[in-house]
Design a protein around this ligand. Structure first.
Ligand code: UDX
Ligand code: UDX
Length: 477
């Protein structure tokens, strides 16, 4: 089947950029991205490209090239499903916060809703592509819903996990290390795979397009994220030891990374990994292992998440103990709130967990992030209060919305956030933080001037010469 019409359900961090690049690279295919969220679609359609709902370097240019030509953003879900030959599902799959699998399993309610909607609307055969990260064997569940509730039309289900990282999404989509497509082993399944391979082959060389059976593809996505997260937790585990022994974790990372068998990427010690995927996907993996009674495998991977919680917790605790065991009514300035630089995404950001712990002691937190808006910061803290899932989050007092708003201030100007602070904490590695006038910042804060660099981005010697008491991750004295 030659594909000329694609629709994507979900205009989020994955669906939006992925479909924009697909449309840019395939001008002969009409691509419609639909979402239930009207506001989100309106901002995707805004003439001012600075207002796109997602901040991602290079994205505005891609959108401006394809939007209105063969790329469309719409809330008319039914019409888009009806005319598409191929439908990508890219809705979110959050960790369940209630019921069976609470705090572990993926909540598939949106996926199920999509399947039912597709089944209801479709009048001709379609290829369904799972883009969302899903537990292994979700394709089977999707197929059951589609086949039973559909109008007798035939559906092929493919798994095509997304490996883009936020902040570098456009580049990752333009030149992916590999594209992974899983599908059925029968003729119809192979034909569906071939149709999707042809779409990607418009810009990705054939040798970088990997085809597998559907469950291998689903499991590969979870495994890739588990391995990446595991590297971060491994180096973070070593960072604690470095602090005790007088080693420097960045030196250790460099030394081991030069071993080509280990490789140098994902060895940056930090306050902890965040993002919508790592924790969620590992918890998913753990849940599946437990389902199959594979307790040892489950425990092995769960430890990666526990290590990350510990890293966030010990960063917060270090601030507390260094500030003479109390942060109550003290001004703590946060540089960064996003889970990494070059994105406005804050999901599972270490900043949220560190802030939450300091708020337990009623610290006054002043946040500056170049791309995160004020309401997002409050929403993140409120969400955490309402959804303390798993065994990992420190069980603390419940703070209501008014209390949070009275203790947390979000600034548009970094120097205002920093002025008069008892301590500064760097939570995100934004490049601009390195270029600040640190002498001026030092002059305008309380002494001793404590600075906690959760991303190891500042020059230790320079900052200490100015007079800061600098605490970096994994740097023993
Ligand atoms: C993605 C993947 O889908 C998820 O599985 C992966 O683990 C993380 O990344 P992402 O694009 O980041 O999700 O999520 P989000 O930015 O929340 O976007 C999802 C969109 O789907 C939202 O805009 C939401 O409004 C929309 N949606 C959700 C629908 O249109 N219909 C629904 O039924 C549910
Ligand atoms: C990740 C995967 O990389 C991507 O392939 C998948 O599609 C989605 O999940 P993302 O979460 O967007 O992407 O960002 P990533 O660059 O992987 O960073 C995740 C977290 O780990 C961030 O908080 C980052 O700061 C942290 N990290 C990463 C470290 O602390 N140290 C490192 O060396 C690398």
């Amino acid at each position: 089947m030659k594909i000329t019409n694609i629709c994507c359900l979900g205009a989020g961090y994955v669906g939006g950029p992925t479909m924009s690049v697909l449309a840019q690279k395939c001008p002969h295919i009409k691509v419609t991205v639909v979402d239930l969220n009207e506001k989100r679609i309106a901002t995707w359609n805004d003439v001012d490209l600075n207002k796109l709902p997602i901040y991602e370097p290079g994205l505005a240019q891609v959108v401006s090239e394809a939007r209105g030509r063969n790329l469309f953003f719409s809330t008319d879900v039914d019409a888009a499903i009806d005319e598409a030959q191929m439908i990508f599902i890219s809705v979110n799959t959050p960790t369940k916060t209630f019921g069976v699998g609470k705090g572990m399993a993926a909540d598939l309610k949106y996926i199920e809703l999509c399947a039912r909607q597709i089944a209801k609307i479709s009048k001709d055969n379609k290829i369904i592509v799972e883009k969302s990260t899903l537990p292994v064997r979700t394709a089977e569940a999707l197929k059951t819903i589609l086949d039973v509730t559909g109008n007798g039309v035939k559906f092929q289900i493919l798994s095509n996990p997304e490996f883009l990282a936020e902040g570098t999404a456009v580049n990752d989509l333009h030149s992916p290390d590999r594209v992974l497509i899983g599908g059925g082993e029968d003729t119809e399944g192979q034909n569906a795979i071939a149709a999707l391979v042809e779409v990607y082959n418009n810009w990705v060389p054939k040798e970088n397009i990997l085809t597998t059976r559907v469950w291998s593809s689903e499991l590969s996505k979870l495994t890739a994220n588990a391995f990446l997260a595991q590297r971060v937790s491994s180096i973070n585990a070593i960072s604690v030891l470095c602090e005790q022994t007088g080693a420097d974790v960045d030196e250790v990372a460099k030394a081991i990374g030069m071993d080509s068998r280990i490789g140098s990427k994902f060895l940056k010690a930090s306050v902890g990994f965040g993002g919508s995927c790592f924790q969620k996907d590992i918890l998913n993996l753990v849940y599946i292992c437990r389902h199959y009674n594979l307790q040892e495998t489950a425990d092995y991977w769960l430890q990666v998440v526990k290590m990350n919680d510990y890293q966030e917790h010990r960063f917060a605790k270090n601030i507390m103990t260094t500030l003479f065991n109390t942060v109550s009514s003290k001004k703590i300035a946060f540089l960064g709130w996003a889970f990494k630089k070059d994105t406005n995404d804050t999901r599972e950001s270490a900043a949220i967990y560190v802030a939450d712990e300091l708020l337990q002691d009623r610290a006054e937190i002043h946040v500056y992030d170049p791309k995160v808006n004020t309401e997002q910061v409050y929403a993140d803290l409120e969400y955490l209060q309402a959804n303390r899932i798993g065994d990992f989050v420190e069980k603390g007092d419940f703070l209501n919305s008014e209390e949070i708003r009275s203790l947390v201030t979000v600034h548009k100007d970094p120097y205002n956030a920093l002025a008069g602070a008892h301590a500064i904490a760097i939570l995100t590695e934004w490049d601009e933080f390195k270029t600040y006038d640190w002498q001026n910042i030092y002059d305008n804060m309380l002494k001793p001037a404590f600075l906690f660099d959760g991303r190891n981005i500042l020059e230790k010697d320079t900052l200490e010469k100015i007079g800061f008491n600098l605490y970096s991750i994994g740097k023993g004295v």
